[in-house]
Design a protein around this ligand. Structure first.
Ligand code: SAM
Length: 315
């Protein structure tokens, strides 16, 4: 119970500060902690609990209202947590992938592992507004609804979006944005104090509805080789992943790294630094916020905001 309370406390302090009233309440509420502790370990995540409550229409602004909802509807909250997982699909992470993709000769064939609904498979369809020190801006692609990303350091911002001739993704549980219930779940995963992320989701869903992403169901370690082999001749294949490594054991991460290094492809990772023990990096920016590191073919390039909102290039 102490470890669980600490996990919730950290989530509210470091990752999702807007949920702090809830995480502080939970750490002091032994009944609530007991309910969560009785779930399988993989289902004890703070984000899963909060998304389940939001999906069911419950309140998350104050702890007393949240706790009363959970107490009254626990069978439904529990069933939702058991049935679903934290598959947050953040299309705006394409804003941090784009400069790395721009370093590669095209045309590109994209293979995304851990793709969720595949919304990060369209870096060529979105627009990007990079804000630079001194108030300058660098626009790439269509400006309407562009993802905003604050950049510092010598990031090689591309002049245009990459040419993508083929794309495919794999997920243990691929999501289909044409299913309203799935979309309701994806919305519930977005933190309520971040309406701009909801706008990103709606925009990306519109793209994916027009051109449903080719997603296969499976484990990335079992499928990455065949996906790379399926890419068209003459295209530069890029295997990439964002916010996926926490779901793998250390052994699974190492197996994946070994496999990808042996394939005829580039490998682009956007993951938490602790999940990438094979990469050597400078100290992260002293923001105190959770950061990710962008690594191309084993070479760390930049720190990135967890939802694609910032890029600190250091390579
Ligand atoms: C947090 S989501 C990130 C989705 C997307 N990459 C993004 O950044 O928006 C992590 C995804 O990885 C998937 N995943 C976890 N382990 C996996 C595995 N071994 N093989 C394939 N997909 C996996 C999960 O199902 C989930 O959809």
């Amino acid at each position: 119970m102490d470890d669980l309370a600490r996990r919730y406390e950290l989530f509210g302090q470091v990752e999702a500060i807007g949920y702090r009233p809830l995480t502080e309440g939970i750490t002091r509420d032994t009944t609530m902690l007991g309910r969560i502790a009785a779930l399988p370990e993989a289902k004890q995540q703070p984000n899963l609990l909060f998304a389940a409550v939001r999906y069911l229409g419950g309140p998350t602004a104050s702890y007393p209202a949240f706790a009363a909802f959970v107490a009254g509807r626990w069978p439904e909250v529990r069933a939702t947590m058991l049935a679903r997982s934290t598959q947050t699909n953040e299309a705006a992470r394409c804003a941090v992938l784009l400069p790395a993709l721009g370093l590669l000769d095209g045309p590109l064939a994209l293979v995304e592992v851990g793709a969720s609904a595949g919304l990060c498979l369209y870096p060529d369809r979105y627009g990007y507004r990079y804000t630079l020190p001194g108030g300058r801006e660098h626009l790439v692609g269509p400006p309407e609804g562009a993802f905003t990303c604050a950049v510092d350091g010598p990031a090689p911002l591309p002049g245009r979006t990459p040419e993508v001739v083929w794309r495919a993704g794999v997920d243990l549980n691929p999501l289909d944005v044409r299913d309203p219930d799935t979309v309701a779940w994806l919305r519930a995963l977005i933190w309520p104090w971040q309406p701009e992320r909801l706008a990103h989701l709606e925009r990306a869903i519109a793209v994916a509805e027009r051109e449903p992403p080719p997603l296969v169901r499976g484990d990335l370690n079992d499928t990455v080789e065949e996906l790379v082999a399926a890419a068209p001749q003459g295209a530069t294949v890029v295997v990439y992943h964002t916010a996926v490594m926490p779901y793998l054991s250390q052994a699974e991460r190492e197996r994946f790294a070994t496999t990808v290094r042996g394939l005829p492809c580039h490998w682009l990772a956007n993951e938490g630094p602790a999940r990438m023990p094979w990469a050597r990096m400078p100290q992260p920016p002293p923001s105190g916020r959770a950061v990710m590191v962008l690594v191309l073919d084993g070479r760390p390039l930049a720190y990135a905001g967890p939802h694609g909102q910032s890029l600190s290039w250091f390579a």
